[in-house]
Design a binder for this molecule. Structure first.
Ligand code: PLP
Length: 458
């Protein structure tokens, strides 16, 4: 967007540095706005949608955002649940139940009792933020000064740049996410080496399943990744903070990939690889508008002498986080905190997982359908990034033949298909993101057919 008018006013002179550099990038909104107007098949919406009857027993034929059926059962909230402020770091009962949820999501079994014991003892009780986005902002503000570097894959959620670079003022040290069909762990290792030379800390952001690609490391890749982080920390002897953006955590569609957040494996390391889990109800419980997220920090046994010290450490960390929350949002929406607590308390984790499973199944079928249709396209100028979960996949287009934005424009105009193009030459990205989370399975063959026709026209 151009700011021709603001720039002529005294408001502009008065703007802070942040005020000057911040703006709402129009990419996603521009393309999704156009898709709504012009498209017959919309692959831009990053929320799971389906016909209600396909994910809720007795549901209607309406095309709705997918939800967990138990959220509809609440009517009797008390005044005390609805009206008062929640505590700054969030309602304690919600924080505690989310900690249990995090433990549940580890899938540690009985033979892994020592892993489980360590997890239970050495993570902080999550604090509550205004969605995952706000969790990213708060935790990044805690660890990054303006001009500090944060390492991120070149293919990443666009809002990181907004939050971390424009707002916090940090700089991104990108690494090429993939080499062929695998994660480029070597490129990440080199990025760590580079940053370690100029900073007293190394800060990294990982997000699996990834937006925009749907990538999750295979179990083998995850082992190599964890091993490399451990080794790098040993070599550089600097704290390695890893923000783990788990927005899409439960949406895993293949057996041979990591079936839990990488947070857990990083937390088990004795080295100072310090994972910070950022998750929330947005996609995990399919409540996008609830705006409840969580920050949970993985601690190391070697940092403290005894349980009393551990307790004090947790209190100090909590105080810092509450300082941030108080300073930027004061405290979070308490209605949804109560709702989350009730949802779990009254139904139990297993029932919630069971209801969500209906949505997982739908998404998995779409995932299989779109990948199998795309495999039929024989075109040397495209490639699909490895994907096995989440809401999206990413088609790379040969930048010498097809510019992503031209292609998206053509696809929309000629074939009435809406997708999000991502074209960043400096990051070596030129391709389209398809949000199959919001495309009915019956439309997928037609979607891919139209993409193929558009490719042929180019
Ligand atoms: C990778 C990633 N992280 C975080 C978020 C934001 O989550 P929230 O809506 O809870 O702020 C999104 C939303 O699209 C996302 O794709």
């Amino acid at each position: 967007m151009k700011f021709n008018y603001i720039e002529k006013t005294p408001i502009y002179t008065a703007l802070s540095e942040i005020g000057k550099r911040i703006f709402l990038p129009d990419g996603i909104f521009y393309w999704s706005g156009r898709a709504k107007q012009e498209a017959e098949i919309i692959g831009t919406i990053g929320s799971a949608y389906a016909y209600e009857k396909d994910f809720v027993e007795g549901g209607s034929s309406e095309w709705l955002p997918c939800y967990i059926k138990e959220i509809k059962d609440f009517s009797n909230f008390t005044v005390n649940q609805l009206v008062p402020y929640s505590s700054i770091g969030g309602r304690l009962e919600t924080r505690e139940i989310w900690k249990e949820w995090i433990i549940k999501k580890s899938f540690y079994n009985e033979q892994e009792s020592s892993l489980l014991a360590r997890l239970k003892k050495y993570i902080t009780t999550p604090v509550i933020t205004g969605g995952v986005s706000n969790g990213i902002f708060q935790s990044c503000s805690m660890f990054l000064n303006p001009n500090d570097y944060i390492i991120m894959p070149n293919k990443r959620w666009g809002n990181y740049d907004n939050i971390i670079c424009k707002l916090v003022g940090a700089r991104s040290q990108s690494f090429e996410f993939f080499k062929g069909n695998e994660m480029n762990i070597e490129a990440l290792r080199i990025a760590i080496e580079t940053v370690a030379k100029i900073q007293e800390k190394i800060v990294l952001l990982l997000n699996f399943p990834n937006n925009p690609t749907g990538y999750i490391p295979t179990k083998e890749e995850a082992l190599s990744l964890v091993e490399m982080l451990k080794e790098s920390q040993r070599i550089h002897k600097k704290p390695l903070i890893v923000f783990v953006d788990d927005a899409y955590e439960p949406y895993v569609y293949e057996k041979d990939v990591l079936n839990r957040s990488i947070f857990y494996d990083l937390h088990q390391l004795d080295e100072n690889v310090i994972p910070i889990k950022l998750d929330g109800i947005t996609k995990d419980l399919l409540i996008y508008g609830g705006r409840v997220g969580f920050i949970t920090i993985g601690l190391k046994p070697s940092w403290i002498g005894d349980d009393k010290e551990l307790d004090s450490l947790k209190k100090e960390i909590h105080n810092k986080l509450e300082g941030f929350i108080r300073a930027n949002i004061s405290n979070c929406n308490s209605f949804y905190q109560v709702l989350v607590h009730k949802l779990f308390k009254e139904n139990g984790f297993d029932q919630i997982i069971k209801s969500r499973e209906e949505v997982n199944k739908l998404l998995k079928l779409r995932y299989e359908a779109i990948n199998s249709e795309l495999k039929k396209i024989n075109n040397p100028h495209i490639s699909i990034d490895p994907n096995s979960g989440g809401f999206f996949l990413f088609i790379n287009l040969d930048p010498n033949k097809i510019k992503a934005t031209d292609f998206a424009d053509y696809l929309l105009k000629e074939y009435k298909v809406g997708v999000i193009p991502i074209q960043k030459a400096d990051e070596n990205i030129n391709g389209i993101r398809i949000a199959y989370c919001s495309i009915d399975i019956n439309k997928i063959p037609e979607l891919v057919k139209r993409i193929n026709l558009a490719l042929k026209d180019f």
